[in-house]
Design a protein around this ligand. Structure first.
Ligand code: PEP
Ligand code: MN
Length: 263
């Protein structure tokens, strides 16, 4: 992952024409969890119309509470594939278990490793030998060095398409869900050739903070953003309070394009 071994910048192609790390700004958006056909298609069409380049949605949800909605599993993957056919957007989804990597990979475009699994080394090794880009979220208590070493596990296995994602870390302050560590964007870019994206939704946990932190992330040099968007956030089964509705997402996309154009 280090610049010492690879001094340039790696660009990672998520799908034909959707590239992270080439100077463009790639926004991935969608609900926290795949909940239903109607929810997925409405949200996917909405984010596409506003300029998202990829669709996110979790089918396997790593919930802290074992009694909370755990995701639709393989049924959710089928709905994601349907949303991809309807919109042409590549899909990003979390994989939680090493044994799911092989069957899941051919069906989706990008495999996400969640914050709780950043140090699941069996999972990272399984992802090292798959032909799919990996979005590697920073562990909520991981140092930069631990994060880059986790990336190294995937690269060492032969998979060169790794994207780093800052999603907030634990601090003493509970007034936001996590603490967005924006300084890691320029820091990691100085240490590593890998593209870096920011997830202001999980970092803040509060919808009203998502737009300002998205703009700040782009100003700090992020190659992309991953945002939670829901057609009806008040009905979301997971992470509603941090999800933008489609109008808020559209307004943010306009502000992002003005800022990115001005930089
Ligand atoms: C998610 O992207 O929905 C998610 C569970 O994120 P994290 O692993 O960052 O908590
Ligand atoms: Mn979520």
């Amino acid at each position: 992952a280090s610049r010492e071994v690879f001094p340039g910048t790696t660009s990672v192609e998520l799908a034909p024409g959707v590239v992270l790390g080439d100077g463009s700004l790639t926004v991935m958006a969608g609900p926290c969890a795949v909940e239903s056909r109607e929810q997925m298609l409405r949200t996917a069409r909405g984010v596409k119309a506003s300029g998202a380049r990829a669709l996110r949605g979790g089918a396997f949800k790593p919930r802290s509470n074992p009694y909370a909605f755990q995701g639709l599993g393989s049924e959710g993957i089928a709905l994601l594939m349907e949303a991809r056919r309807a919109t042409g957007l590549p899909v990003v989804t979390e994989v939680m278990a090493p044994e799911d990597v092989e069957w899941l990979a051919p069906h989706v475009d990008v495999l996400q490793v969640g914050t709780r699994n950043m140090q699941n080394y069996s999972l990272l090794k399984a992802l090292g030998s798959v032909d799919r880009p990996v979005l590697l979220k920073r562990g909520m208590a991981a140092t930069v060095d631990e994060w880059l070493q986790a990336a190294e596990y995937i690269l060492a296995g032969g998979n060169q398409r790794v994207v780093l994602c800052e999603r907030g870390i634990r601090s003493f302050d509970r007034s936001t869900r996590n603490t967005l560590d924006l300084s890691v964007v320029p820091l990691v870019k100085s240490l590593s050739h890998l593209p870096v994206v920011v997830d202001p939704s999980h970092a803040t946990g509060r919808r009203e903070l998502v737009a300002p932190m998205s703009l700040a992330a782009v100003a700090a040099g992020a190659d992309g953003l991953i945002l939670e968007v829901h057609a009806r956030p008040e009905e979301a089964l997971c992470d509603g309070p941090q999800s933008l509705d489609l109008d808020q997402f559209d307004a943010l996309m306009k502000a992002l394009s003005r800022l990115h154009g001005a930089l």
